[in-house]
Design a protein around this ligand. Structure first.
Ligand code: ADP
Ligand code: LRH
Length: 488
């Protein structure tokens, strides 16, 4: 009988539950449920709607189980850095706060005045993003937050789901590394940083490797859902960890570009790269299934998501396809922004912020809807090139191919323009990379496959890919200089 597992992948664009079936030759994936994953703002704090999401996950499990086929296991992945706090009885203290909340404004700067950036980087290998768990905790400390004082245990969001499903309180490794409080060489939480920040080490649990079996659903949950015998696997619970696990990279030197709410561009390395230059360029070494992900965060399709949301509020309901068509009709290279300008990080009025950035840098202002979208998308393609060039410098290798995965590959212009800007072929696919990587770790845990390499070959033969060859490269090259002037 074919193996069957469930992947829960919670992105900012949506939450989805995918059923994976492996017949020994191919992996087939079917989307069972998709639901909104919208933060809720209360008293100016942006929260996860955690219980609603837990409800969606349970409903999804129930639905699939009622279809009749036995499910071997399930795994949950979400974005990194966010966490929930539990009291000594295991009760959730408040709703977890979303990393885009402004509570961390200015905190990273304060922390790095006390502990030099180089020291934090060498200790953790992790890039400086203002919303890393470490700065969220430092913000709570500074505010004398009552929940932090009462807290007995900190669990990252996927681990919180695991706890509510199985009763096990553990932290999965790939996500633990994103806290910027974990030392991946010693494979322990960093006592040095925790002491320096006066954060109790007792809050943190044991760390388990991706692929660990956390046991079956708790009896009460299994009974509620009519679901028996399902193992819960701590997959690579960081969505980027799962996505990169599913990149069907071949033998050519390649980089990946996970294109969703964020764009994560990098490659896999066996050892941490913590050079001064990597620090200066703010590259990161995130823990992966077998290797480290040496990459850089680029603001990604968040910019388009926020524009879309803004337009919806004004009654303009473009679909993603319509938005892609709109921008393709516009003349190219009107103006550029640095997608990673800090002003774009928080949610709200994205069109104005983009137009202001163009105006401040003395460029024409993209007035029409299409030109606004084109400005953002071309800027992303150029930022990918800029990042790829720095990646090559840091690893001392030429990258021949860029593997693009995630929801963003449905935007064909983005894929083609990325190939043009980077002057390299882009191999796009699969779309649901995080969900598929999640399933691969379940297959590994079940010994249905014996290595990640075998899993990647399975992805390559199971899912279609499309290659975009670079075109009009001279034209793109001419405008790259202009783009570089807007990068600070
Ligand atoms: P997340 O990182 O939140 O999981 P996804 O990988 O689901 O995000 O990617 C979502 C993004 O993919 C959307 O914000 C949108 O920009 C893009 N996208 C999704 N569907 C389409 C489509 N049909 N055409 C073009 N772009 C799309
Ligand atoms: C992508 C992602 C990324 C993190 C960010 C918070 O979804 O997990 O790897 O840096 O969200």
């Amino acid at each position: 009988m074919a193996w069957k597992g469930l992947a829960v992948d919670l992105g900012a664009a949506s939450g989805r539950l995918l059923a994976g079936t492996f017949d020994g030759e191919r992996l087939a994936v079917e989307e069972k449920v998709r639901f909104a994953n919208e933060p809720v703002t209360v008293h100016q704090t942006m929260h996860w709607d955690f219980l609603r999401l837990f409800h969606h996950v349970k409903q999804g499990i129930r639905r699939v189980c009622h279809e009749g086929e036995p499910i071997a296991s399930l795994g949950i992945d979400t974005w990194a850095v966010d966490f929930g706090l539990l009291d000594s009885k295991g009760r959730l203290l408040g709703n977890p706060v979303h990393y885009r909340d402004r509570r961390t404004d200015g905190i990273m700067e304060k922390v790095t005045q006390r502990i030099p950036r180089g020291e934090i980087f060498r200790e953790t290998g992790i890039q400086f993003l203002p919303f890393n768990t470490v700065y969220q905790l430092a913000a709570l400390k500074e505010a004398n937050d009552l929940h932090l004082e009462q807290a007995d245990t900190l669990l990252m969001i996927p681990d919180l789901f695991h706890y509510f499903l199985t009763g096990q309180k553990v932290t999965e490794y790939t996500n633990a590394t994103t806290t910027q409080l974990f030392n991946p060489v010693q494979n322990t939480w960093s006592s040095t940083l925790l002491k320096a920040l006066d954060i109790s080490e007792q809050l943190f649990t044991d760390v388990v490797s991706p692929g660990s079996n956390l046991g079956k659903l708790m009896p009460a949950v299994a009974a509620e859902l009519g679901a028996t015998g399902i193992n819960v696997i701590a997959v690579a619970t960081h969505d980027t960890g799962s996505a990169v696990a599913a990149v069907p990279s071949g033998s050519q030197p390649s980089a990946y570009l996970c294109s969703g709410t964020w764009s994560l561009l990098g490659t896999e390395v066996d050892r941490l790269i913590c050079s001064e230059r990597a620090l200066a360029l703010n590259f990161t070494n995130e823990g992966g299934v077998e290797a480290f992900r040496f990459l850089k965060n680029i603001m990604g399709l968040w910019l388009l998501q926020e524009i879309k949301r803004e337009w919806e509020r004004q009654g303009k309901d473009y679909t993603w396809e319509e938005m892609t068509e709109l921008m393709a009709e516009e003349p190219p290279f009107l103006a550029f922004v640095d997608p990673d300008d800090r002003r774009f990080l928080a949610s709200g009025s994205m069109s104005d912020r983009i137009r202001n950035a163009c105006s401040e840098s003395g460029q024409p202002i993209p007035i029409s809807d299409g030109s606004l979208l084109r400005t953002v998308t071309e800027s992303l393609a150029f930022k990918y090139r800029w990042t790829l060039e720095r990646l090559e410098e840091l690893i001392g290798k030429k990258i021949e191919v860029l593997h693009m995965v995630g929801g963003g590959i449905q935007n064909r212009s983005l894929c083609q323009w990325t190939a043009n800007a980077c002057e390299r072929p882009v191999v796009a696919g699969p779309v649901e990379a995080s969900g598929i990587g999640n399933l691969l770790m379940q297959l590994l845990a079940a010994k249905e496959i014996s290595s990640l390499e075998e899993g990647r070959r399975l992805v390559a033969r199971s899912f279609p890919r499309k290659t975009y060859e670079p075109a009009q490269t001279e034209r793109w090259d001419d405008h790259y200089e202009r783009f570089q002037k807007v990068i600070r």
